[in-house]
Design a protein. Structure first.
Length: 139
């Protein structure tokens, strides 16, 4: 069983492009979006290929509709996502793909093991989790 723990070396304060990256695969829920958007802008500026998946349960508020409209072009919004869906996306990636995860601890706890199961090693993954959530939830 693979577990993401709060002392993992995959946890980062800032995303960085790993040398020799062929492509980036990015996942974020609403709580990780502010951290991943500047990194996506950096990837665009450097001409690095990427796939970005925004994970949300449903669009409930006008504010979120506006947020969705502001997402980078080509963003894939997943309203219904299961382990099988994530495994299918992660499993079809080629060697040289790096994985970047940003979001709530709950989302990351499920995404990280799926990534490892799909063949990503610790050196291929960077995870950002909002520390404020750690304090508020007592984690």
């Amino acid at each position: 069983m693979v577990v993401l723990f709060d002392q993992s070396k995959t946890l980062v304060e800032e995303f960085t492009l790993i040398p020799n990256t062929q492509k980036c695969l990015l996942f974020s829920d609403p709580s990780g979006l502010k951290k991943i958007q500047p990194f996506i802008e950096s990837l665009d500026a450097q001409g690095v290929s990427y796939e970005f998946y925004y994970l949300t349960k449903e669009v409930q508020k006008i504010a979120e509709i506006e947020l969705l409209e502001s997402l980078p072009k080509g963003t894939r919004v997943l309203y219904e996502f299961s382990d099988e869906c994530i495994l299918r996306i992660a499993g079809k990636q080629k060697l040289g793909t790096q994985l970047y995860l940003a979001g709530s601890w709950k989302a990351l706890e499920s995404l990280y093991p799926l990534a490892v199961h799909s063949g990503f090693g610790q050196e291929d993954v960077q995870v950002y989790w909002e520390k404020r959530e750690r304090v508020e939830s007592g984690v």
